[in-house]
Ligand binder design. Structure first.
Ligand SMILES: C[S@@+](CC[C@H](N)C(=O)[O-])C[C@H]1O[C@@H](n2cnc3c(N)ncnc32)[C@H](O)[C@@H]1O
Length: 192
């Protein structure tokens, strides 16, 4: 547990803009993410930026026994920690989420029911962030949702024009407090 926290801090110090947070998510934030993404009824789940795998474990705990979780992490040290999770439903992929469409095809996965993101969109170039959000919108299943937990509200300006207005909830029991945003590909569902 301590070694995971230390690894996270070390990687934050090396790549602050990419890692985006000095402390992994709290379990309160994890619970909000799981609920917002409706993980319990999803068949194919994608996690962008799993870090040390706290959110990944929470997703695995909540998701159906037959579901699949693809977790894409760009940092080799954090990816190595993720690979230690012993669960056949998890595919831990080392790479950039910019390649999401190809990565899904590589593992022959169905269109995701939910894509959950912890990557720091606010520190990316506008071009890279827009490309990623457009890819997310393209690959989601018709009734799929996109859930992002962020410290900055900037993501709404990026995603609202593509998906329509987000629904969001703040989790104060996290350091720092974070906001969970949800967008629906088909806007007929509501945030739980
Ligand atoms: C805020 S941290 C994730 C926190 C983690 N899920 C938790 O439980 O606290 C963001 C993660 O996104 C990863 N990341 C940032 N940009 C990425 C990219 N373009 N592709 C894949 N992973 C990326 C970082 O290496 C980092 O592990």
């Amino acid at each position: 547990m301590l070694s995971k926290k230390l690894a996270f801090v070390q990687e934050f110090l090396k790549h602050p803009l990419e890692v985006g947070s000095v402390i992994p998510s709290s379990r309160f934030l994890e619970n909000k993410i799981i609920k917002a993404a409706e993980v319990a009824s999803a068949k194919t789940i994608v996690e962008l930026g799993p870090g040390t795998g706290n959110t990944t474990r929470a997703i695995l705990k909540a998701m159906p026994k037959t579901a699949k979780l693809l977790a894409i992490e760009i940092n080799p040290q954090l990816h190595e920690l993720l690979q230690k999770i012993d669960d056949d439903r998890l595919i831990a992929h080392l790479g950039n989420v910019e390649g999401l469409e190809k990565i899904l095809a590589q593992y022959k996965l169905d269109a995701p029911d939910t894509i959950i993101s912890g990557i720091p969109f606010s520190t990316m170039s506008q071009e890279a962030a827009t490309k990623i959000v457009n890819t997310i919108a393209a690959v989601l299943a018709p009734n799929g949702n996109f859930v992002a937990y962020q410290f900055s509200p900037k993501i709404a300006a990026l995603c609202d024009p593509i998906f329509g207005k987000a629904r969001s909830k703040i989790e104060i029991f996290n350091i720092p407090p974070a906001c969970v945003f949800r967008w629906d590909k088909n806007k007929s569902t509501s945030l739980q």
